[in-house]
Design a protein around this ligand. Structure first.
Ligand SMILES: Cc1ncc(COP(=O)(O)O)c(C=O)c1O
Length: 372
């Protein structure tokens, strides 16, 4: 493995220091929550090694929410979705194996296969194509060594969502070609419309990944999971988990269980807040002539750009944005994209912070326009 630190982690707000940021539009989750926000009480508890698969009741709740044919035996609790993605990549892939992955993407989905030394074909999303993939064309990226097709939906950073028919085309492709389909569904609860079936419910060739971090705003408990119907694959992933950390934290798993079992209480409130934030975002972008976007269909982020035709000094823009207006966004280079693109997380900031942050973007653009 050749590890390289990713820009999105090096420059993340937690590494920069939250106290240095006035208007934090970098986040890709809802606002961080505390135990009491969810009415969670953790009584005195024994702190032994936990169930290596993950707390049974937690896996039962996840499986029940995701639906048949999944059961608790198909769910492996991991250290965040990031832990699941790492386990999957390092268990399935070896140097020289070929994979097909969407770009831009949550950086780990690209970086871990890269660190392994995989041969990677990128399905590049473009603004002009509405950041959508023509799934019928994915097969043309594959070859005889393709082991994995890797998609994310709802997508980070663009907020696009796979349709059920598109997902089925990908599942069918993985089955026909005898490779794996990985669907990173970390944002699945936050799709605006009807959610697609969890990929792992559709086929034993599909692996789903999700997490408590983004939809519930509790990344500090580091609880995610993967789902697979294939018992051999499950055993392989479990072996990796045991070698990395034996089991997860029993405290974290208890908290996740208590939150998730009351999903029907929390999720409507969360979605309502997100909708208001989305409306603020939409209103601003539609009135800001220097910017354009592909309207997201889910999640809590969007990936707009400063119009390429505008003569903006982009380094000056970020300098003014951060240092004069105290506003931070996820710059394009976090996603291997030009820096006139930026990821804006609209549901983490409080309403006033969002308004001020967006205003900061408008002002920083004005400040950095070069005379023609
Ligand atoms: C698409 C996607 N997958 C996985 C993760 C990792 O999340 P977790 O905190 O659950 O490890 C992120 C975090 O940004 C993400 O955006």
């Amino acid at each position: 493995m050749k590890y390289v630190r990713m820009a999105i982690e090096k420059e993340s707000p937690e590494q920069l220091g939250y106290d240095k940021i006035k208007y934090n539009l970098t986040e890709s989750s809802i606002r961080d929550r505390s135990l009491s926000d969810f009415g969670v009480v953790v009584e005195d508890m024994l702190l032994p090694y936990g169930d290596h698969f993950g707390k049974e009741e937690l896996r039962e709740v996840i499986a029940a929410q995701w639906g048949k044919p999944l059961t608790a035996e198909n769910i492996l609790v991991t250290s965040g979705a990031a832990g699941a993605l790492f386990i999957i990549a390092t268990s399935l892939l070896e140097k020289g194996d070929h994979i097909v992955v969407v770009r831009p993407n949550y950086a780990t989905n690209i970086e871990t296969p890269r660190a392994i030394g995989c041969d990677i074909s990128y399905v590049d999303l473009t603004f002009e194509e509405g950041f959508r993939v023509d799934v019928e064309k994915v097969e043309s990226f594959m070859n005889d060594r393709t082991k994995l097709i890797s998609f994310t939906s709802p997508h980070n950073p663009t907020g696009t969502v796979l349709r059920e028919e598109e997902l089925k085309v990908l599942v069918d492709l993985a089955e026909r070609r005898g490779c794996w389909l990985l669907l990173d569904e970390t944002y699945r609860e936050l799709a605006y419309g009807k959610q697609t079936s969890p990929a792992a419910t559709l086929s034993d060739r599909a692996i789903s990944v999700s997490s408590m971090s983004k939809s519930y705003g509790i990344p500090g408990i580091r609880i995610g999971w993967l789902a697979t119907q294939d018992p051999e694959l499950y055993e392989l992933f479990l072996s990796a988990k045991e070698q990395i950390g034996i089991c997860g934290s029993v405290v974290d798993e208890e908290i996740a269980f208590q939150v998730l079992k009351n999903k029907d209480t929390w999720m409507p409130q969360i979605l309502e807040y997100n909708k208001k934030a989305f409306n603020t975002m939409k209103k601003w972008i539609e009135s800001e002539e220097a910017m354009e976007w592909v309207e997201p269909e889910g999640g809590v982020v969007c990936f707009p750009r400063i119009k390429p035709s505008l003569p903006v000094d982009i380094d000056l823009f970020y300098d003014r944005l951060n240092n004069e207006y105290g506003t931070y966004v996820g710059p394009g280079h976090w996603f291997e994209m030009p820096r006139n693109y930026m990821r804006i997380g609209y549901a983490w900031p409080l309403p006033e912070e969002l308004e001020k942050g967006l205003e900061g973007i408008s002002l920083a653009i004005k400040d950095s326009l070069k005379a023609r």
